[in-house]
Design a protein around this ligand. Structure first.
Ligand SMILES: Cc1cc2nc3c(=O)[nH]c(=O)nc-3n(C[C@H](O)[C@H](O)[C@H](O)COP(=O)(O)OP(=O)(O)OC[C@H]3O[C@@H](n4cnc5c(N)ncnc54)[C@H](O)[C@@H]3O)c2cc1C
Length: 405
């Protein structure tokens, strides 16, 4: 069938029954897990692979995120992996042979005080040194690109300028998941939904497979890509991870005529917005402060986020809320992912992407698959090893790279 057809996505791939044994098992059927399976098959000739998903394909954070893509992170290690991702995004529709509504509409990060301006310019210079496109916008430039931003000096947090990455933008997240699933399926990967991993088969410091709600599955390589639920899985093998799972919520307005054709983010007042092609304003804020696994948020975050949005974009006072939702994100102490090997042979880890992993999806899959195939960290994964929390070689992106996403 034509993969660009928008008919039911479960017709894109086979609903596979789990086999008793695979060369590799990927736990988690979100974007990162599906990209990993696709890359294992497409790039490393490892096609005897199952993706095990406890719910339905891409029912987790993948289809709950607000789809912002950018690569203008501060630290060299982050810039390297996110820019690798952006370059892959730029060829992904061709690679997967499907339309993903990838749109390089630009991403703007507003600055509201002198400290903000300095931090933003520091990041801008760091980006340029890493060959990443980055521009500084004065308030007049901002309204030229996005006329609805309020640049009045009377604001509680006046807009003093912004960084702008023109190559940043958005993509249609569910299509990305379906595209990877379809590609992986074509190459022979089994995608097994409603199959929860409930335990591990461990012997002599090595993994031999997983216990699931659909029976035992043998595999000498087991890759954990379960986003907010990864630490629940590693607890089963006695591996404590420095991760906290928090709800992160977002919302959309009712359909409106196009008013904003870029992405605008503000760290200070903590809100960000883009407009979906069909007209919804897509808005998000920071994580809920408590730890939890309920996929819902709280009203006080929405209230704070809306107050910030209406101050920055007065026209939004006319918008009506259509729906809100939440996902569960895994936040590490330095706000950077954990990617690589574990002390257990054959067990691999890809987690801790927190609030900003969608943009990394293609690179996460590529780098993780190479790590699994070669039993050694891909060069871009090396700095993201679990050991950094004992060596102290942290990649501190908390606050460093502007707003969470
Ligand atoms: C509201 C919100 C907004 C966001 N906005 C952005 C954004 O604008 N830009 C950006 O870059 N990132 C954003 N993110 C973050 C991004 O969505 C995540 O970092 C990323 O999706 C994580 O990777 P994933 O897609 O594989 O995770 P998921 O899609 O969550 O995949 C993990 C899967 O593992 C499955 N699983 C869990 N436990 C088990 C088990 N025991 N057995 C089998 N399967 C299991 C889950 O059901 C789930 O489907 C946002 C997240 C949220 C919640």
């Amino acid at each position: 069938m034509d993969p660009t057809d928008t008919a039911r996505p479960d017709r894109y791939w086979r609903a596979a029954e789990p086999k008793p044994s695979y060369e590799a098992v990927v736990v988690g059927g979100g974007g990162h897990g599906l990209a990993t399976a696709y890359e294992l098959a497409a790039r490393h000739g490892i096609t005897d692979v199952a993706v095990l998903e406890k719910g339905w394909l891409a029912g987790g954070n993948m289809a709950r995120n607000t789809t912002i893509i950018r690569s203008n992170y501060l630290w060299d290690e982050s810039a390297a992996i996110y820019e690798h991702a952006l370059k892959l995004w730029e060829g992904l529709e061709e690679e997967l042979g499907t339309e993903l509504q990838f749109s390089q509409r630009g991403v703007m990060n507003l600055s509201h005080d002198v400290g903000d301006v300095r931090a933003s310019k520091r990041r801008l210079h760091a980006n340029r040194l890493n060959g990443i496109d980055a521009e500084w916008l004065e308030p007049d430039d901002i309204v030229e690109i996005c006329p609805i931003v309020n640049i009045s000096p009377d604001l509680r947090y006046p807009v003093l300028g912004a960084t702008f990455q023109r190559r940043g933008g958005t993509a249609r997240h569910d299509k990305v998941a379906w595209g990877y699933a379809t590609g992986a399926d074509r190459l022979g990967v089994d995608i097994v939904e409603h199959c929860e991993v409930t335990g591990f088969d461990l012997d002599g410091g090595r993994v031999h497979g997983v216990e699931t709600t659909r029976g035992t599955i043998h595999a000498e390589k087991v890759a954990l890509v379960a986003a907010g639920h990864t630490s629940a899985l590693t607890d089963m093998v006695g591996l404590r991870l420095p991760l906290q799972s928090h709800p992160l919520q977002a919302l959309v307005s009712v359909l409106l005529e196009p008013v904003i054709d870029t992405v605008v983010m503000s760290n200070k007042v903590h809100v960000y917005v883009s407009q979906a092609d069909k007209g919804e304003l897509v808005m998000g804020a920071g994580i809920d402060p408590y730890i939890g696994y309920g996929q819902r948020g709280s009203f006080h975050v929405i209230e704070h986020q809306m107050a910030a949005a209406v101050e920055l974009f007065p026209i939004f006072a006319h918008a009506k809320l259509l729906r809100t939702w939440g996902g569960i994100v895994d936040v590490s102490p330095d706000a950077s992912p954990i990617l690589g090997l574990t002390p257990i042979d054959g067990l691999f880890l890809n987690c801790g992407w927190g609030t900003g992993g969608f943009k990394a999806t293609p690179a996460s899959g590529a780098v993780f698959a190479a790590t699994i195939a070669r039993d050694e960290p891909h060069p871009l994964a090396r700095p993201y090893a679990l050991e950094r929390f004992t060596t102290g070689a942290l990649i501190d992106e908390h606050g460093a790279a502007a707003v969470a996403h």
